[in-house]
Design a protein around this ligand. Structure first.
Ligand code: PHE
Length: 361
């Protein structure tokens, strides 16, 4: 074994034995630093004859590369271990009781979700949920939005990195609407179905009235002999209960969604009171939700016979509902986590909405 081989073996052992990043750096300085042993050897090349240099040059350079590579690999291992240890130790148990006096409030979005559950429970609807990280099939394909459909582009979808293990075939995404819960419910439950599905949704969009994460509530009814009349009555009953007024005027406008046919956008009438829009009356119209009769293709994609089962669906922005009901005019502070905003707009944890006590809290 030559001196060089011995030195290489010695250094590689020291690198493997370095127990922490500091120890590893000490080995690096000793080998590759300005005064390091490998650096010193490289310096001897200048004094060699050309023939000798031809032989020794590549050997010493090879040693340098081997040592540098081994250090880089060991560094990565140590860093990963340090990160794993940190992740394992820095846990936060959200279920522990708070040790400070409670200063938080129920967020208006949570409040509105509770109100929706209460109102729809009274109409016989259960609450359904689905994952926020969805696959293409549930978010688009099963909803009659095939690969080439322009609606895919319209949704400004956030896609996840393709996973190597699946060859990029099952690229996951952040659901762009709550409509995939329609599919999941129809696949897992036998009709008749009556559900609402409130939850977070995501689109790459951001201004005073759009945030990349927002909330929707989906409604789905599947039964025999369901018509547009059932849809209109349900929405009217819901909005009257939600805004706690009887003079709610609805306007259904023909529209297009790939997963409903026919489709209707629903406007609710408002009146101007002291310069502010107040829901009720019909001085002006504001769009609040999208809806329609569930498309035959969607019913069939879920393994049901569309000649036997029909239904309606609707999707509604929850943040928007909260703004209209509780008078916020900017959406962005909803997600700032500012305790002053929460104190002003939030609700007491004891003000659980009930139909008898009022869903307005
Ligand atoms: N998913 C649609 C959207 O996000 C809303 C919708 C739901 C329309 C159900 C019709 C039926 O815009």
């Amino acid at each position: 074994m030559t001196d060089l081989d011995q030195m290489r073996a010695h250094m590689l052992t020291a690198i493997d034995a370095a127990a922490g990043l500091d120890a590893l750096d000490a080995v690096r300085v000793e080998a590759l630093g300005k005064q390091g042993r490998v650096t010193q050897m490289l310096k001897t090349l200048g004094a060699m004859s050309a023939d000798q240099r031809q032989v020794e040059g590549p050997r010493i350079q090879g040693l340098r590369t081997a040592v540098a590579d081994a250090i880089a690999a060991r560094k990565e291992t140590l860093e990963r271990a340090a990160l794993d240890a940190r992740l394992a130790s820095e846990t936060l148990d959200m279920t522990l009781p708070a040790d400070a006096p409670l200063t938080g409030t129920i967020h208006p979005v949570s409040q509105v979700m509770d109100e929706l559950a209460e109102i729809f429970a009274d109409l016989g609807f259960a609450v359904a949920t689905g994952p926020e990280i969805e696959d293409d099939w549930h978010n688009f394909t099963a909803l009659n939005i095939p690969e080439s459909h322009p609606a895919r582009a319209m949704h400004d979808t956030f896609y996840c990195e393709p996973q190597a293990s699946t060859n990029g075939a099952a690229r996951m995404l952040l659901r762009t609407h709550t409509s995939p819960v329609q599919i999941r419910t129809m696949l897992s439950q036998k009709p008749p179905i009556r559900i609402i599905a409130p939850g977070r949704t995501y689109r790459s969009d951001s201004d005073a009235t759009h945030t990349p994460m927002f909330h929707q509530v989906e409604g789905l009814v599947i039964d025999k002999g369901i018509t547009l009349g059932h849809l209109k009555w349900t929405l009217e009953t819901f909005l009257k209960a939600f805004f706690e007024r009887d003079d709610i005027a609805l306007r259904l406008r023909p529209s297009y969604f790939p997963f409903t046919e026919p489709s209707a956008e629903v406007d609710v009438g408002y009146t101007i009171v002291k310069g502010k829009r107040v829901i009720g009356g019909s001085e002006g119209w504001m769009e609040v939700l999208g809806s329609g009769m569930v498309h035959r293709k969607v019913i069939a994609a879920c393994g049901l016979d569309p000649d036997e089962w029909q239904g309606f669906a609707f999707g509604c922005g929850i943040d928007r509902l909260a703004m209209l009901k509780y008078g916020m005019d900017d959406l962005r502070p909803f997600f700032d986590g500012d305790i002053r905003w929460l104190k002003h707009y939030g609700f007491s944890a004891l003000d659980v909405p009930t139909l008898s006590g009022g869903v307005g809290a």
